[in-house]
Every structure is written in structure tokens, then in C-alpha cells.
Design a protein around this ligand. Structure first.
Ligand SMILES: NC(=O)c1ccc[n+]([C@@H]2O[C@H](COP(=O)([O-])OP(=O)(O)OC[C@H]3O[C@@H](n4cnc5c(N)ncnc54)[C@H](OP(=O)(O)O)[C@@H]3O)[C@@H](O)[C@H]2O)c1
Length: 395
């Protein structure tokens, strides 16, 4: 693989090094940055049964099949951000040094719990970001674009400004904490000339196709409803009955945005040097609410029976079996249910305000449910990879 990485003295140093290209956000960045004509090098972990090259080829073939247009291929660098130097060989490192002038560090592990900092998500999120900064220094890369999260704000729930950055309120979990510490490293990396920080809120699937490659956040709820609602009893009109008292008012704002918008906004800011050097909350103007999700599910499943009770559920209330099944499976997200801050988006408005965030409405949620069901909620076997004819591609 290294033999393909030839350093040619006359080639310009104009590649962008992208991490996390196989993830939900990364797949869209890959598509949109390649479509925009940028030259990319991607760091990818090989899997036991699939090489780094095949993993990227599979993603690109999916995009090409969807759009009917061919995309250029990026340079593939097999590696792992949690290893020193990203686990790069000397040849890989030398290639990066001679070809890359910008880095997008997007790889992360979205795991909430860790007993120690020797575990994930710390290794990838914090050590991985330290390694990204070190690689940048070794390779003479001076421009870094870092994918953080809006939830580096931790337990705060007032209005959060894009300039806010402190840990005084503590964190809900190791993921938030590790991303906070990683952003801190990025902010203090003095050898970089330009650091742009993107802080998305919760990311959902494609607003148009419903596509997703990961099933956390909103999808945990949608998957549970898909599993358990159809098996409940029906009333005399055929409506499925889902008795559940929900300890929410129903209108609590939820910061959720579709992945296609995240990539769109990212590319807009990335390609505008005047926008660099700032921090951006990638947050919606109109938030999703639990009642929109429940109404969308009522329509989708032809069901009824959820009741928003706020804090008025008696402590001795006997939940239905259906309710128990749902509550048992969402415990990990309960820390996010009671509140979600308001994320101020002044910088975003200034540089990408014209890119309206698609609202996640009933129709979007139906697309998410359709996609999740068709994909068996991530369990469906991927299509066989069509091995590209290298000669044909070169010609
Ligand atoms: N999803 C959200 O709701 C959300 C919200 C706010 C911010 N973010 C941020 O957005 C970024 C992308 O998230 P995502 O939703 O696209 O996550 P994702 O779908 O889980 O993708 C994570 C990506 O990181 C890669 N990665 C993880 N550990 C790695 C390692 N040790 N070495 C190399 N690559 C590694 C994964 O590679 P493999 O395919 O090999 O696993 C994958 O490409 C992250 O920085 C995340 O913190 C996400």
C-alpha cells in the first residue's frame, strides 16, 4: 500500500487530511469535499474483514449510485488516531508532510461511559486529538478544522455562546468530558496558524433520504417504537394502543439537525478563509420537540396512547409493559431528556446563515423510520463491493 504513496517534488502541497471519513458525518464530508474539487487524503482504520481502501470504495460507490455521477478517489492512509503518529509508517508520514496543508479532525468515539481515561472514548477523543496536533506539527500543517460538539458545555442549560468554553458545571458523561478536553488541546495548540471549531448539536440522518450509518440519539427511540409498537393490541378501529405516561411536557426543545445540513455548513465555512479561526454552533433555529416525534409515530404506526404528564406521574404509578420496555432501553439518554440548552449561533448566522437547516418534521421522521426498517436498524448486510477496474478508472 505504501508503494502507492510516492513523494514527487514537483507536486503541490494541497491535500486536505480528513479523519473519520467512514462515519456518519465523515461520509458526507467525503462526498461534498470531493464534489467541490478538493484533493483529499483520508485516514481510515482497516477492519478485520475489509481493507481501508475497500471501506472508502464502498462509501464512494454508494454515493455514485445515488447521484449517478462519479467522484474522484482520495488517497487512503490506513491508520488509527489513538496511536502515536496515527500509527503511520515513515512513508505515510513523509507523504503527508509533502502533500497535506490542511487537516479536518473529525474522528471520535461516541461512547458515554468509561471507568478510566485509559479506555474509550478517551483514547480516541483526547489522545487522538493530541496525535492530530502532533501530526500537524510534524507535517507542517498550519490549518486545522476540528469537529467538536455543542455538548462541551456539559451540564449548563442557559444560553450558550459560541465563545463560551468552561468546565465549571461538570459533564454528563465521559464523551462530553473527553470532547471538552480535546477542544481545550486544540484551542491551545500554538503552532497552528488557524483553528476553526465546529460544534454540532445532536446529528440525525439525511433529511431527504433518511440515510444514517449509526443508530443513536433519536434513532434509539425510533427503533424501539418500530420493535414494540406493532406488537401491541389494537382497538376496535384498528388503532394500536401504546399506553405510556411520559415524564415530559412534550414541548421541550431538542437540538437535532440532519447530517446533510452539517456537511453543507461545514463545507461552506471550510471553503471561506474569512470564516476561519472561529467557533461555530451547528444548531437549528427551530428545535424538534418530543410531541412532534410522538405525533409522527402515531401517524406512521396508526397508534395512540402516549400521554405527556410532566412531573405529575405519581411515584407509585404502575407503568404498562409497553412503557417499561421503552423506559428500560432509554436509560442512557435520560440525562438528556429533561433539558437542552439554547445554543447561540451568531457566527453561524454570519457565515452560513443562508443555508437554512431543514426542519425535522413528521415527514422527515417517517423517512428515518422507513430507512431504519429497510436497513434493519443497522443489521442488514452491506451490498457486495464492486471491485473497481483500475485500468478503466485511469483511462
Ligand atoms: N453524531 C452526533 O450526534 C454528533 C454530535 C455532535 C458532534 N459530533 C462529532 O462529529 C464527529 C463525527 O461523528 P459521527 O456522528 O460521524 O460519528 P461516527 O458515525 O461514529 O463516526 C466516527 C468516525 O470516527 C472514526 N474513528 C473512531 N475511532 C477512531 C480511531 N481510533 N482511529 C481512526 N478513526 C476512528 C470512525 O472510524 P470506524 O468507521 O473505523 O469506526 C468513524 O469514521 C465526531 O467528532 C463527533 O464527536 C457528532
Amino acid at each position: 500500500m505504501d508503494s502507492a504513496l510516492r513523494v514527487t517534488a514537483d507536486e503541490a502541497k494541497n491535500y486536505v487530511l480528513l479523519t473519520g471519513a467512514t462515519g456518519l458525518v465523515g461520509q458526507y464530508l467525503l462526498r461534498d469535499l470531493l464534489s467541490a474539487g478538493l484533493k483529499l487524503a483520508v485516514l481510515v482504520r482497516p477492519k478485520r474483514k475489509e481493507t481501508a481502501e475497500d471501506r472508502i470504495e464502498r462509501i464512494l460507490q454508494k454515493w455514485e449510485a445515488e447521484s449517478g455521477e462519479s467522484l474522484p478517489r482520495p488517497v487512503i492512509l490506513a491508520g488509527d488516531v489513538s496511536e502515536a503518529n496515527f500509527g503511520f509508517s515513515d512513508t505515510q508520514l513523509d507523504w503527508v508532510k509533502h502533500h497535506c496543508d490542511r487537516m479536518i479532525h473529525n474522528a471520535a468515539i461516541l461512547k458515554f461511559h468509561a471507568s478510566t481515561r485509559q479506555e474509550e472514548p478517551w483514547q480516541t477523543n483526547l489522545s487522538g486529538t493530541r496525535h492530530a496536533i502532533e501530526i500537524a506539527e510534524k507535517a507542517g500543517i498550519k490549518e486545522l478544522h476540528y469537529m467538536s460538539t455543542a455538548y462541551v458545555c456539559g451540564n449548563r442549560n442557559s444560553t450558550i455562546l459560541e465563545s463560551d468554553f468552561d468546565d465549571s458545571h461538570g459533564f454528563r458523561n465521559a464523551y462530553e468530558h473527553s470532547k471538552y478536553e480535546a477542544e481545550k488541546l486544540v484551542r491551545s495548540a500554538k503552532q497552528l496558524d488557524s483553528v476553526t471549531i465546529y460544534r454540532p448539536v445532536v446529528i440525525s440522518g439525511d433529511s431527504q433520504t433518511g440515510y444514517t450509518s449509526t443508530y443513536h440519539g433519536l434513532y434509539v427511540y425510533l427503533r424501539l417504537f418500530s420493535m414494540f409498537v406493532p406488537e401491541q393490541a389494537r382497538d376496535e378501529h384498528g388503532k394500536i394502543l401504546t399506553p405510556v405516561k411520559i415524564p415530559l411536557d412534550g414541548d421541550e426543545p431538542r437540538n437535532v439537525v440532519p447530517v446533510d445540513w452539517i456537511a453543507n455548513v461545514f463545507c461552506e465555512i471550510f471553503q471561506n478563509t474569512a470564516a476561519h479561526g472561529r467557533t461555530y454552533h451547528l444548531a437549528p433555529k427551530t428545535c424538534l420537540t418530543p410531541s412532534v416525534v410522538i405525533e409522527a409515530c402515531y401517524e406512521y404506526f396508526n397508534s395512540q396512547g402516549a400521554e405527556f404528564c410532566g412531573s405529575n406521574i405519581p411515584s407509585d404509578h404502575q407503568h404498562s409493559d409497553f412503557a417499561e420496555k421503552i423506559f428500560d432501553n432509554i436509560a442512557i439518554y435520560q440525562q438528556y431528556e429533561s433539558n437542552d440548552p439554547h445554543f447561540d449561533t451568531a457566527n453561524l448566522e454570519q457565515f452560513a446563515g443562508h443555508l437554512a437547516c431543514p426542519e425535522i418534521d413528521s415527514a422527515t421522521i417517517h423517512r428515518y423510520l422507513d430507512f431504519g426498517n429497510a436497513d434493519e436498524w443497522g443489521k442488514k448486510r452491506p451490498l457486495k463491493l464492486v471491485k473497481p477496474d483500475v485500468q478503466e478508472r485511469r483511462a
